[in-house]
Design a protein around this ligand. Structure first.
Ligand SMILES: [Zn+2]
Length: 209
């Protein structure tokens, strides 16, 4: 490849990943793992960006997927969504990996809804959780829309994530975690769910290694 110059040279080093979510929604089940992982990552970014208010950039609890030098990047994904429907901009806070996502409006992962305003009116509590527990919550299969909103609104706060939610929503979320833990047959996944349950319920087991 000839050496790049100007804009092209810049793009060769750090391409901005432009993606239309609609192109990722129909990925068949037998698609290669990496393609599905990209689709899941973009879907999570859309869920986070649409779970919080528009108009200000913020740092989600979503981990960066890149592995510069074969080491996992420890950054998190910051997102920005303008008030008017526009492409969602995202950027890793550490390695600078970035992109824009269009075609997300009205998709299954678009969590915008007027009900989110209701949360502001009720008593809000801040629950510090680890990134691992946060990932467990994102993987829950049967969340209702209020719980889905609070999980994807989780923001990065240094060494851990923070959930902002009403105590009612928190109780509801704990109920979902417990239900899924009770039905999970995979021991490893069940352990993750048990840990999440303990942390959210503030049980002493949460302190055990
Ligand atoms: Zn990164």
């Amino acid at each position: 490849m000839p050496p790049g110059t100007g804009l092209r040279g810049r793009y060769c080093r750090q391409p901005v990943f432009v993606s239309d979510l609609r192109h990722f929604l129909d990925i068949p089940d037998d698609a290669p793992g990496p393609a599905r992982k990209v689709a899941e990552h973009l879907a999570s970014i859309v869920q986070s960006a649409t779970a919080a208010k528009a108009g200000a950039p913020w740092e989600t609890a979503l981990p960066c997927r890149r592995r510069p030098g074969n080491q996992p990047c420890h950054g998190h994904i910051a997102v920005f969504r303008a008030d008017l429907p526009a492409p969602i901009e995202w950027r890793c806070t550490v390695c600078g990996d970035e992109g824009v996502i269009s075609g997300w409006e009205g998709s299954f992962f678009d969590l915008r809804q007027p009900r989110s305003q209701r949360v502001a009116a009720t008593l809000v509590t801040e629950v510090p959780i680890s990134y691992e527990v946060c990932a467990t919550l994102r993987d829950l299969r049967l969340l209702d829309s209020d719980c889905e909103l609070l999980v994807f609104r989780a923001r990065a706060a240094g060494d851990g994530a923070v959930l902002s939610c009403s105590t009612e929503d928190l109780d509801e979320l704990i109920g979902y975690v417990a239900a899924e833990a009770n039905h999970e047959t995979n021991r490893r996944l069940q352990k993750r769910l048990d840990l999440a349950f303990a942390v959210l319920s503030d049980l002493p087991d949460a302190m055990e290694p």
